[in-house]
Design a protein around this ligand. Sequence first.
Ligand SMILES: Nc1ncnc2c1ncn2[C@@H]1O[C@H](COP(=O)(O)OP(=O)(O)OP(=O)(O)O)[C@@H](O)[C@H]1O
Length: 299
Amino acid sequence: MTEPIVQLKNLSKTIKNKKIIDNVNLDLYPGTITGFLGPNGAGKTTTIRMIVGLMKPTSGDIIINGHDLNRQYEEAISQVGVIVENPEMYKFLSGYKNLEHFARMHKNITKERIDEVIQQMGLENRIHEKVSTYSLGMRQRLGLAQALLHRPNFLILDEPTNGLDPAGIHEFRNYLRFIAEQEGVAILVSSHLLAEMELMCDRIAVIQAGKIIDIRELQQQETATHYVLEAVDADTALHDLQIEFTKVNDQYILAITKQEVPTLIANLVAKGIAIYSISMQHTTLEDEFLALTGGGAIV
Ligand SMILES: Nc1ncnc2c1ncn2[C@@H]1O[C@H](COP(=O)(O)OP(=O)(O)OP(=O)(O)O)[C@@H](O)[C@H]1O
């Protein structure tokens, strides 16, 4: 079992007698992109502020690379990279000059390392042009390059794709995946945008009112267990076959697994039922999130 790079243990934060973060437990693993998803005001930013040491937890621990953030701050924070909503850049300097500037804030960042992150983030063609001429997608990639300069093994992105179009999000996702897989970085991406999280992450931790209410691997989304059957007058036959269903117009929503589909079709045909189509019904993350949060704010 892979060791987590980051561990949040029983993390809580109370401000003015109000519990804003309530006993959050979350582990983040190398090579994995975890989405931190929740409606506005759920507690994402507060949690992130605690992880980067900008705010002290009321109780609980944050362990980064085996170091307790509270007691061994320097060691714990040394391998963390952060990108906030709109990375601060000097717009009238070139991308390269910006990276040089940020490199000076750390020890031992060589020119070779700067060139390497430029190449990894696909910025080499325009790196000597002013940042003011960059597209939003390029600026986000420059933000990633900057955050990667000191070779962090944990990267936090707070609402990173605000304003990117779907193609831009897709491209950004590919760069994140490269960083996770090639460099073994654990990535935490916060967002209230569900569709984005679905595109970008391997797993999702859902936070609501300061509590983690669900953590799930996204691949499991593929195992839908509902099928939509288009057929006429199949009620009696389905009852006889003891198949659970709900009927919407002429469609039957069936609670069956993939393995049961061939037998069901054969049995229905044997009973003389005309089948027009049968297809898997995907429950989207959005449906599930809405159900979990009772229709909480989703944009
Ligand atoms: N310093 C503070 N004093 C009082 N309340 C605060 C403080 N900081 C945060 N809160 C409250 O804590 C809750 C969580 O806020 P937080 O900013 O962490 O949410 P979020 O999930 O990041 O939301 P958003 O998506 O809007 O950024 C909110 O109800 C907010 O009003």
